[in-house]
Design a protein around this ligand. Structure first.
Ligand code: ATP
Length: 355
């Protein structure tokens, strides 16, 4: 049995607005589970419903098979970390972390034992007597993490905990959060709109849009095998291939014309890193088509470069690894190779075809 089950959750605000539409997910013990989607898609609403701060309009939330419907938030055995660090500025680091234990009437000697453990886990052991005001955002968020974990919750909920931090710190702290979660072995649900963060940190990702689940799977499944056009474009980047004779020719060469024919108004896309400048294209045995074009733009980024190539399929962005080994001339003619497996097709409703 899954540790946490959300079954057919629907949440309406007022008469007309539905923030969650029939959402069903399950989270396993020890799993790092991420809710990923654009602003307003319902991630926070779902997280708050699990925490017990929102009442669902219909549907249920169960932990180990037990319906949480009538269990108030403070009895749910859940730790929460928020985007704003929500630390108490007038309390020391120690007292911030001890706060939840005192509220639960935990004995003093046990508090004295558990708080330092939690602070050590987030590498704040040496700063227990400090006031948070003088501490960095990353350190304040570590306090938040220690405070959530010191109560030994069975489930850790995190709502965009890193979004107030700068990029470098975000990467550092996300790895720490994942390490700590794996060490303790509790289930975690993490909310973010940052696709790279979701790919890096998660065991499984639930991509949401407009209050419903678009796709649920491992990072590799979400990125490599997107089941909707929304997922393909929200996670990673895509080139949309322009309809017309060039696309028809490409699909014919790749053996995809029949599939395109049975789906009126199908859309075809390819990721920039799956396109290859033909002279370096390795023969892979699978069907390949080529299209020629001119280099309209070249962006050098160190470990890779982005070429924008003007073709009859529209402008195609191609990502090239090790750009120093590629000679590039603006307006130069190049041939782009497109392998069959690189081309993703979607029907008029944005559902994947042939994938
Ligand atoms: P963000 O990343 O911006 O926080 P989100 O995906 O977490 O977005 P939610 O906060 O869950 O989105 O909000 C989903 C939708 O529900 C939004 O359109 C929001 O305006 C609406 N909403 C949330 N809470 C309420 C409320 N208490 N009353 C009315 N509408 C609400």
């Amino acid at each position: 049995m899954a540790y946490l089950t959300v079954a057919n959750a629907t949440k309406r605000f007022g008469e007309t607005f539905t923030a969650l539409k029939d959402v069903s997910i399950s989270v396993e013990r020890g799993e790092f589970f991420t809710l990923l989607g654009p602003s307003g898609c319902g991630k926070t609403t779902l997280l708050r419903s699990i925490a017990g701060f929102n009442q669902l309009t219909s549907g249920s939330i169960l932990i180990e098979g037990r319906d949480l419907g009538s269990v108030p938030p403070h009895k749910r055995d859940i730790g929460m970390v928020f985007q704003d660090y929500a630390v108490f500025p007038h309390l020391t680091v120690f007292d911030n972390v001890a706060f939840g234990l005192k509220a639960r009437k935990v004995a003093k000697d046990e508090i004295a034992r558990r708080v330092p453990q939690a602070l050590d886990a987030v590498r704040l052991g040496a700063l227990a007597d400090r006031l948070p005001a003088a501490m960095s955002g990353g350190q304040q968020q570590r306090i938040g993490l220690a405070r959530a974990m010191v109560i030994n919750p069975q489930l850790l909920l995190m709502d965009e905990p890193l979004s107030n931090l700068d990029a470098k710190l975000r990467v550092e702290l996300r790895e720490e959060i994942r390490d700590i979660q794996k060490q303790i072995g509790i289930a975690a649900i993490y909310v973010t709109h940052d696709q790279e963060e979701a790919l890096a940190i998660s065991d499984r990702i639930c991509v949401m849009s407009n209050g419903h689940v678009e796709q649920l799977g491992t990072p590799q499944q979400i990125y490599g095998n997107p089941q909707t056009l929304f997922v393909a474009s929200f996670v990673g980047t895509i080139n949309a291939l322009q309809p017309g004779a060039a696309l028809d020719g490409l699909l014919t060469t790749l053996g995809l014309a029949e599939l395109a024919a049975v789906h009126a108004n199908s859309k075809w896309v390819v990721r920039p890193e799956n396109l290859v400048i033909a002279k370096v294209a390795a023969a892979s045995g699978e069907p390949q088509a080529t299209i020629s074009g001119r280099i309209a733009k070249y962006t050098y980024l160190g470990r890779e470069a982005h070429l924008q190539i003007r073709t009859d399929l529209g402008d195609l962005v191609v990502h090239v690894a090790n750009p120093d080994r590629t000679s590039v001339q603006l307006e130069g003619e190049v041939t782009v190779a497109v392998a069959r497996s690189a081309v993703l097709g979607f029907d008029a409703d944005g559902k994947r075809i042939g994938g």
